[in-house]
Design a protein around this ligand. Structure first.
Ligand SMILES: Cc1cc2nc3c(=O)[nH]c(=O)nc-3n(C[C@H](O)[C@H](O)[C@H](O)COP(=O)(O)OP(=O)(O)OC[C@H]3O[C@@H](n4cnc5c(N)ncnc54)[C@H](O)[C@@H]3O)c2cc1C
Ligand code: FES
Length: 263
């Protein structure tokens, strides 16, 4: 584990509720891994590693509650943030030749990092992004820069397919041979994708989010009912066949104090 306090080099406002924080620092992380981000006197939260270059890494963050509101309001370019990690089991590209990546909302950054790695390995990469409106679609330009076969879905039809990204996935699988599907986003979306993968007999990996405290497997906060696996250490990336054995996958999660919360 590394402890860092890198300076923020740039802040990109992707939309009013999502920003990308850019750090000029080499982070030896694999796509799907996450770091614990510390804001002194506020809290510490898990965030996935997004775009990475030799001397740079990006964290894409959605404003949803106390920590992220404080981050958006008080933290500026040149400030330092506390970082522990990288943690967790990454995505596994195996020996795939053709893959499909599906990103929804704040689950898009790890898909971008995976697309970078896949492209370096010469893997044919189809990307499907979903959002409520076109303004909320993330990193389209970055995926285009990587020359991915990009498809988008918006709930209101303001861009691409009107509806869910799972509609595109089902349609594509009728004509495209895919070795493995990778997804990160809202859990109900990932659950549907895991079921589609099962029906089509395709390998699939999903990245789960659960409340985290230690981030490296010792506190037990992120254990999943049914399998007892820890999301921070045995995941966050799980083979979808294992995820479908988690009693709570696609159904509920637990708050910081362990109370069940329906999805
Ligand atoms: C492995 C992993 C990777 C993640 N990657 C990203 C990312 O790349 N970008 C992004 O925007 N978000 C990501 N998240 C979600 C992010 O951690 C939460 O949105 C954030 O913690 C919200 O904090 P808050 O105080 O602003 O909001 P709150 O109002 O406290 O919470 C809003 C939501 O975030 C969840 N949350 C709060 N604290 C934690 C915590 N310590 N651990 C897990 N969940 C928490 C709550 O359960 C709730 O559902 C990731 C979560 C996990 C587990
Ligand atoms: S967060 Fe402590 S075991 Fe996972």
């Amino acid at each position: 584990m590394t402890l860092l306090s890198p300076k923020i080099d740039r802040i990109i406002e992707n939309n009013p509720t999502f920003r990308t924080y850019v750090f000029k620092h080499h982070l030896s992380a694999k796509p799907g891994q996450f770091i614990m981000l510390w804001l002194p006197e506020v809290d510490e939260i898990p965030i996935s590693i997004g775009w990475q270059e030799e001397d740079e890494f990006h964290l894409g963050i959605a404003k949803v509650g106390d920590f992220t509101e404080a981050l958006f309001k008080n933290v500026k370019v040149g400030d330092r943030l506390g970082i522990r990690g990288p943690f967790g089991k990454p995505f596994d590209l195996k020996d795939s030749k053709k893959i499909m990546l599906i990103g929804g909302g704040s689950g898009t950054p790890p898909m971008l990092s995976l697309a970078q790695k896949a492209k370096k390995k010469g893997i044919e990469t189809t990307v499907v992004l979903g959002a409520r409106t076109k303004e909320l679609l993330l990193y389209e330009n970055k995926f285009k820069e990587l020359d991915c076969d990009l498809h988008v879905a918006t709930n209101d039809g303001s861009k691409g397919h009107k509806g869910y990204c799972t509609d595109i996935v089902e349609e594509k699988l009728k004509t495209h041979e895919i070795d493995c599907i990778y997804t990160c986003g809202p859990e109900l979306m990932m659950y549907k994708i895991a079921e589609i993968a099962k029906e089509n007999n395709i390998e699939c990996q999903v990245s789960l989010e659960r409340f985290m405290k230690c981030g490296f497997g010792i506190c037990g906060q992120c254990c999943i009912d049914g399998t007892g696996l820890r999301v921070c250490k045995d995941g966050p990336v799980f083979d979808s066949k294992i995820a479908l054995q988690h009693q709570e996958f696609g159904k509920y999660r637990r708050t910081a104090s362990g109370i069940k919360e329906n999805l």
